[in-house]
Design a protein around this ligand. Structure first.
Ligand code: ADP
Length: 302
């Protein structure tokens, strides 16, 4: 191995783990790990968006989080590694796009000239195709999306992770390595809350900081009579966050506008900026937005 290969070339840190080949690591695995490290080093904050189960609005939150960060002037990437239900292309109206692959590098699709987007959905021949992925293939696909996509320098990479606490979110957490943290999305009823407890425990076991819990689909105000209905109950996410000692980021109401914008491929918080629901999204991402400031302050102190 020549001198060039001993350093991944992305930083001058002498104790960087990507500088040393592990005793049980093949040269190919070492070079792969360096390539992944080189790519991820360009990203300041990797944010995992997790949920205990599907259908609670994880992808919707990921899209609106990415859009809100981009609207705040941040350089943002959005990676959809929900291998069994890649819905980001649909949520952004990008279903007919196909990324270019040049010299083994994948060019992300640019949404609104602001967000670099990558999803397995771009590679499925037909949008209704079901993919049966075997374990190792899933792991290698997730690795490819982190390592081989031309993310460039980003302030934030928002990662829409597979639901649950199984092998797939585990692979994501392990491959990303130094995630800034995870946002856990839930709905308020007891059945969903039990799953979120498992997600919090999962984060603790894999050493990922829980940035907070978002309670989605929390309350609905009838547009005709103005009465509030708590269809899936309300407050369960907040209570659970308090009990588990993790931050609560806020409640997003059940809003028919979220469904129509999801179906028409536009992020809600851009189309309906200023509405109660958009303000709730904005409030929920404030602690994520302040991560940049936190990091800058930490760098100034060192
Ligand atoms: P997940 O990623 O958890 O499977 P999605 O983000 O795909 O869930 O959302 C599932 C469905 O719920 C979508 O049709 C989406 O438009 C809808 N949805 C999500 N959040 C809300 C909300 N706050 N109000 C109304 N509908 C919502």
């Amino acid at each position: 191995m020549d001198k060039e290969q001993k350093s991944c070339g992305s930083c001058g840190e002498s104790d960087c783990s990507a500088k040393k080949q592990a005793p049980d690591e093949s040269t190919q695995d070492f070079l792969d790990r360096q390539a992944l490290h080189r790519r991820m080093c360009q990203v300041q904050h990797k944010i995992l968006v997790l949920s205990g189960k599907g259908g609670v609005g994880k992808s919707t939150v990921a899209v609106n989080m990415a859009m809100s960060l981009a609207m705040a002037g941040k350089k943002v990437g959005l990676l959809d590694v929900d291998v069994h239900g890649p819905s980001i292309p649909k949520l952004l109206g990008l279903e007919d796009y196909r990324p270019a692959i040049v010299d083994e590098s994948i060019t992300p699709i640019l949404f609104d000239n602001k967000i670099k987007v990558m999803s397995l959905g771009f590679f499925l021949p037909k949008k209704d195709d079901a993919v049966i992925w075997r374990g190792p293939l899933k792991m290698s696909l997730i690795k490819q999306f982190l390592r081989d996509v031309e993310w460039g320098k980003l302030d934030y990479l928002v990662i829409d992770s597979p639901p649950g606490t199984g092998d797939e979110p585990l692979s994501v957490a392990q491959l990303v390595g130094d995630a800034s943290g995870a946002v856990i999305v839930t709905t308020p009823q007891d059945l969903a809350i039990a799953d979120v407890r498992r997600s919090v425990t999962f984060c603790r076991q894999v050493g990922v900081r829980v940035l907070g819990v978002i309670e989605n689909m929390s309350g609905f105000v009838c547009p005709t009579c103005g009465t509030r209905f708590d269809i899936f109950k309300s407050g369960g996410g907040e209570r659970m966050a308090r009990e588990m000692g993790v931050p609560f980021l806020g409640r997003i109401p059940l809003d028919p506008g979220v469904v129509t914008t999801s179906d028409s491929g536009e992020p809600f918080c851009r189309k309906f900026a200023g509405t109660e629901t958009a303000v709730a999204f904005a409030e929920a991402i404030k602690p994520i937005l302040s991560l940049s400031a936190e990091k800058e302050a930490a760098v100034r102190l060192t």
